[in-house]
Ligand binder design. Structure first.
Ligand code: OGA
Ligand code: NI
Length: 302
């Protein structure tokens, strides 16, 4: 165990790296870490700050007001889970403002305080994610245009609020898991809590307000037959300071069937996963408490 070695999740400066440097670094990040950070990514810092402030403001309102702002409309594209959700014996100590997938995202229903900045943010982060996906697939010598389109078809976003928690040793902000889709772009505030797993170690994702964290999700692990790894991660609670994060999830459409591509199979790397409709994968994941990377067993061959 290399407990004493402090490891830092790689940071890629997109304004500074040539295309060939990127194509060299991204595969290492994806196969060894399943996660990296990007800075100078083109989303203005002022917009990142505005979004964090709007989110903080929203969650500082009384919960009845939060609900009123979101309206009691069954077709609302938004849902707020104001209760602290019980997942088996542990709770996820957080509240979430969730946006349903893109075709239904009628932003007119957004509370005023969130509407303008979120529209702008959603668009900018969406094109950033598409660009990042393209780099990831280009680095694998795959059809980057086609695959980046497929793997960003379904876009969802959650705004997470982690209240201070009195019983830190028994509860997670969010239980250990990997994300079910293809890639996630996550923005955090200045409060620690997010950790990623590498081998046997949990490593702190030290907050960087100017960065997006790019996480590889299960669909990319499946597509590459395990060559790229989805990253297991969790959020710890703390006793005194609330934490905000905004997670943008990119995935295939629910009808898309994702399985390993032929080029990732060989004698040394036999087939690990079967092809599964993404909607089925997602439903299976949502039907049980989060538990590390266990949802991949749904697609695993053995
Ligand atoms: C998630 C997640 C981490 C965070 O929503 O899937 O892992 O920092 N969030 O909020
Ligand atoms: Ni996650």
């Amino acid at each position: 165990m290399d407990d004493d070695i402090i490891q830092i999740v790689p940071v890629l400066d997109l304004s500074n790296l040539s295309p060939s440097q990127l194509q060299q670094k991204i595969p290492i990040c994806c196969s060894e870490w399943g996660v990296f950070q990007i800075i100078n990514h083109g989303v203005p810092l002022a917009l990142q700050t505005q979004i964090r402030d709007a989110a903080r403001h929203f969650f500082s309102l009384p919960t009845e007001v939060q609900r009123e702002l979101l309206q009691a409309d069954p077709f609302s594209p938004l849902s707020v889970f104001t209760g602290l959700k019980n997942e088996g014996e542990f709770r996820n100590w957080k509240r979430t403002l969730g946006f349903k997938p893109n075709p239904y995202m009628n932003t007119n229903l957004l509370p005023c305080i969130l509407r303008e900045p979120f529209l702008n943010f959603r668009e900018k982060v969406g094109s950033l994610a598409h660009g990042v996906a393209k780099e990831i697939f280009a680095g694998l010598q795959l059809n980057a245009d086609l695959l980046s389109d497929i793997h960003t078809r379904r876009q969802t976003m959650t705004v997470n609020y982690y209240p201070p928690c009195p019983e830190r040793n028994f509860t997670y902000g969010i239980r250990p898991h990997s994300d079910f889709g293809s890639i996630t772009l996550l923005m955090q505030d200045e409060v620690k809590g997010l950790q990623i797993r590498k081998g046997g170690n949990w490593i702190d994702m030290n907050p960087r307000k100017d960065a997006f964290i790019v996480m590889i999700g299960d669909q990319i692990e499946i597509l590459t037959n395990g060559m790229y790894k989805s990253v297991e991660h969790r959020v710890l609670t703390n006793r005194s300071i609330p934490r905000i994060s905004i997670a943008c999830f990119y995935a295939p459409a629910e009808d898309d069937v994702i399985g390993p591509l032929g080029k990732f199979m060989s004698k040394r790397t036999p087939l690990m996963y079967r092809a599964v409709k993404f909607g089925d994968y997602l439903n299976h994941g949502f039907s049980k408490p989060l538990n590390g990377k266990s949802n991949l067993m749904y697609s695993a061959i053995n």
